[in-house]
Design a binder for this molecule. Structure first.
Ligand code: HEM
Length: 148
């Protein structure tokens, strides 16, 4: 295998990582939209947040390997290469311009809800004598009521 084909392999690997990341985040957002409660929504929001790191290396890898392939056997004036660059620029820009702010707003909203749940659970205890209600119980917390 010569250097061109090795770099072409890395180029395709970057494409798979990028497409995989986009698919995973898409599935997370679809499940988030369908979620009926905070408990259902949180794991999908967390997974979408954790998937974000794959995009910068995949985009950089795609561009760096694409630039090598172009310099080696193609020309920058080739029309489909211009389309590839435009497509990659679109994917790159929509991260900080669209997906990033939306993900931040979502995380803020979930954090606020989580804080409200904790406040209710903790403040509600001396009032009701229970550690929160069954519907506001924090996942993984002790389900037994203090004093019962
Ligand atoms: C969303 C972005 C991109 C996607 C999905 C993509 C996809 C692909 C795929 C599937 C191939 C394999 C084609 C084949 O061997 O038949 C390929 C090859 C190639 N790509 Fe990209 N690419 C992207 C971005 C870029 C960029 C930004 C450049 C240039 C800077 C580029 C330059 C090339 C070159 C020169 C080849 C080699 C073609 C060959 O020798 O057959 N690509 N790309």
């Amino acid at each position: 295998m010569d250097a061109y084909h090795l770099v072409l392999y890395l180029h395709l690997l970057s494409v798979f990582v990028l497409v995989g990341g986009i698919t995973l985040v898409g599935v997370c957002y679809a499940r988030l939209r369908a979620a009926a409660s905070l408990i259902e929504a949180t794991p999908w929001a967390t997974l979408a947040d954790q998937t974000g790191w794959v995009f910068p290396p995949a985009i950089l890898g795609l561009f760096a390997t694409g630039a090598y392939l172009t310099n080696d056997r193609w020309t920058w004036g080739t029309s489909w290469i211009a389309v590839s660059i435009a497509g990659l620029a679109l994917v790159t820009l929509q991260g900080p311009l669209a997906a990033g702010p939306r993900a931040k707003a979502l995380k803020h909203s979930l954090d606020e809800n989580e804080a409200a749940r904790w406040t209710y659970a903790l403040v509600g205890w001396p009032v009701t004598g229970r550690f929160g209600s069954s519907s506001s119980r924090i996942p993984g917390s002790c389900s037994a009521s203090p004093g019962t």
